[in-house]
Design a protein around this ligand. Structure first.
Ligand SMILES: [Zn+2]
Ligand SMILES: [Zn+2]
Length: 129
């Protein structure tokens, strides 16, 4: 279902990235499905950074996102079934790839993503085409 072409206008040196299930190698997402988010730094838009004495204050810039967030996709059967939050299972091998929640979830970097369709990087193979 990917729209092919149209990459001519701005071809950069960077190859597009795709994500496959580590177990069965099925492609579950590509770069264009990714919903990017600002790294949580605590200053922007959320109140929780005001909680004093919390671990939120120890956030540092090296915190990496351990997951990617994507848009809802056809293979996500639990989404199609109408759940509000549920596991995301690979349609090829049924491995658990992540979790989703329409109400939003927090990334490991501290940022909130809403709605959130989270795939764990550790369950995926990241490849350049
Ligand atoms: Zn993040
Ligand atoms: Zn799989």
């Amino acid at each position: 279902m990917a729209q092919a072409g149209s990459s001519e206008s701005k071809t950069t040196a960077k190859a597009p990235v795709i994500y496959r299930c580590k177990k069965c190698r099925r492609i579950v997402a590509s770069e264009e499905n990714i919903v990017s988010h600002e790294r949580g730094k605590g200053e922007l838009s959320f109140k929780w950074n005001k909680r004093s004495g919390d671990s939120w204050e120890t956030e540092k810039q090296q915190i990496d996102c351990t997951s990617i967030f994507v848009e809802p996709m056809k293979w996500m059967q639990t989404v199609e079934e109408g759940h509000v939050e549920e596991k995301l299972l690979c349609i090829g091998c049924n491995a658990r790839l992540g979790y989703f929640n329409w109400a939003g979830m927090q990334c490991s970097c501290g940022a909130w993503v809403n709605p959130a369709f989270q795939l764990h990087k550790s369950r995926l193979d990241e490849c350049n085409i």
